[in-house]
Design a binder for this molecule. Structure first.
Ligand code: NAD
Length: 498
């Protein structure tokens, strides 16, 4: 059995805690590896290593730091197929979708290559008599990322690329469910020229996470995962005087206006609702047709599409989606479907009985579609994180607008319409962080920022884009006056720029 340790000081090291977790191959249901779960002492060793390496790295000029990122881009391209295969086999998503996972991470690495420009400070000449003011951005020191299972390439890169480009050292605690790709990425960063110790990976569970949160040398924590854990991390990190940005779960709505192009909308819903078996924080999990005619037209087109979804093993490039990540995740999603039935929603398509021929122990289920879901139901209020789409019928635009706005989660939302006025009004008023207009998964590109509102995000700066540079640096402002005109004696009135 393959064992996966940690990546500390530029190389993979064995775990010493004696504790391990199973890493499954979801498409077969078999355990394919054991991953070590770090103890507090192992996390501390990684932090000490990172702290020692960070000083030299911060003193490396930003162009040289950017060149490491450029080389890393090249190396990931070289190993693309291998990484995508490993990712698909540990996560369960299809290989083409795994390539997308890697690509969306690389785009943030590309953004981080601009760090010499992005870290430039401000300068005001003659802000007062003989006084110049300038600001500079400096790295924080050692920072950490705690990431979820569902994007094992993209989210680690969203975290470590801007942080490292800014001159920090990084301790990554990836999901224990699919740690193979984060470990491979760390090795590629070293091959790209990153000094040993600047990027460390500690695998683990709550014990490792708590050690990160309590470590006095870790200055900032970037988290992505479910909302209860996001809130826990945010509170504990803040109590320990760390910066924290913690992104949580989601319940993303798609509003379908009566004038929407229904074929385009159904295509969009099918991809965004069921791609990656619904295990995306930007998946559409609620469709809101406006008016009865729209709802009936939508259901008429949607039902056969959900029934004909092609589920397959992760290595089948023609599959629409593959298995869920673990048996526990599969059972959890099936339980939610049962809850929906008991709550009185109409189960228009039931995919629970799906079996994958030749892969009978894999964690598969077919697509499920609920109609007549209402606001008070648990299947509406809670994140299911599986291939389940709920249709909530709204009588008019205002009712549709209120649904995502009043929901506890506020990650993404989309409106499908041909009416520019409705789209504009919706984008302005909806109480959600990322909005799509005829775009079902509005994940902003790398040079904008990504972040949800309400229970989907704790903290005040988003991921990637300019916010990531702000999050991983601290600003120092220098007010200077050179000797001339300071011979007038002491001043007792607060300096102003009058
Ligand atoms: P999770 O919350 O179970 O785990 C995330 C990380 O937290 C993992 O590294 C895990 O080891 C750690 N963790 C889990 N339980 C912990 C505990 N009790 N104490 C300390 N640490 C703990 O999330 P997941 O199942 O891996 O990922 C799916 C979730 O992530 C979904 O809710 C999804 O919506 C969300 N997500 C959000 C975004 C976003 O940007 N908002 C992006 C991707 C995924």
């Amino acid at each position: 059995m393959r064992t996966i340790g940690h990546f500390i000081g530029g190389k993979e090291v064995k775990g010493t805690s004696g504790r391990f977790a199973d890493v499954y191959e979801p498409m077969t249901g078999e355990v394919q590896a054991k991953v070590a779960l770090a103890s507090k002492a192992e996390v501390r060793a990684a932090v000490e290593n990172a702290a020692a390496a960070q000083v030299g790295w911060a003193n490396t000029n930003p162009q040289r730091r950017a060149r490491v990122m450029m080389k890393f881009l090249e190396l990931v391209q070289r190993d693309y197929d291998k990484l995508a295969d490993l990712l698909a086999r540990e996560h369960g998503k299809t290989v083409p979708d795994a390539k997308g996972d890697i690509q969306r991470g690389l785009e943030v690495v590309e953004f981080a290559c601009g760090v010499p420009h992005l870290m430039k400070g401000e300068y005001t000449e003659a802000a007062g008599p003989g006084i110049d003011i300038y600001s500079m951005r400096q790295p924080l020191g050692v920072v950490a990322g705690i990431t979820p299972f569902n994007f094992p390439a993209m989210i680690p890169m969203w975290k470590f690329a801007p942080a490292i480009a800014c001159g920090n050292a990084f301790v990554l605690k990836p999901s224990e469910r699919d740690p193979g790709v984060p470990m491979a990425l760390a090795a590629l960063m070293i091959e790209a020229g990153l000094p040993e110790g600047v990027l460390n990976v500690v695998n683990g569970d709550k014990e490792a996470v708590d050690a990160i949160l309590d470590d006095p040398d870790i200055k900032a924590v970037g988290f992505v995962g479910s909302s209860p854990i996001a809130q826990y991390i945010y509170e504990r990190a803040a109590a320990n005087n760390k910066r924290a940005q913690c992104f949580g779960g989601a319940k993303n709505h798609a509003i379908i206006m009566p004038d929407a192009d229904m074929d385009q909308t159904v295509d969009a819903l099918i991809g965004a609702g069921y791609g990656s078996a619904g295990e995306r924080c930007m998946a559409i999990s609620v469709a809101v047709p406006v008016g009865k005619t729209t709802a009936d037209r939508l259901m008429e087109k949607l039902i056969p599409r959900v029934e004909s979804l092609k589920i397959g093993p992760s290595t089948d490039p023609s599959a629409d989606f593959g298995p869920l990540v673990t048996r526990a995740a599969l059972e959890r999603v099936k339980d939610y479907v049962e809850v929906g039935v008991k709550e009185g929603a109409t189960l228009a398509v039931d995919g629970r009985g799906f079996k994958m021929q030749g892969y009978e122990n894999g964690f598969y289920m077919g697509g499920c579609l609920f109609d007549n879901v209402t606001k008070d139901m648990r299947i509406y209020k809670e994140e299911i994180f599986g291939p389940v789409l709920s249709v909530v019928r709204a009588k008019d635009y205002n009712e549709a607008l209120a649904l995502p706005s009043d929901h506890d989660y506020g990650n993404g939302v989309a409106i499908f319409t041909r009416d520019g006025d409705a789209a504009r009004d919706f984008a302005a008023k909806v109480n959600v962080g990322m909005v799509g207009v005829n775009v079902p998964i509005p994940v902003p590109i790398a040079y904008y920022t990504f972040g949800g509102w309400k229970k989907s995000g704790f903290g005040d700066l988003n991921q990637h884009g300019p916010d990531s540079i702000r999050f991983y640096t601290k600003t120092k402002t220098v007010t200077s006056r050179w000797p001339s005109g300071v011979k007038d004696g002491a001043e007792f009135v607060i300096p102003t720029m009058n």
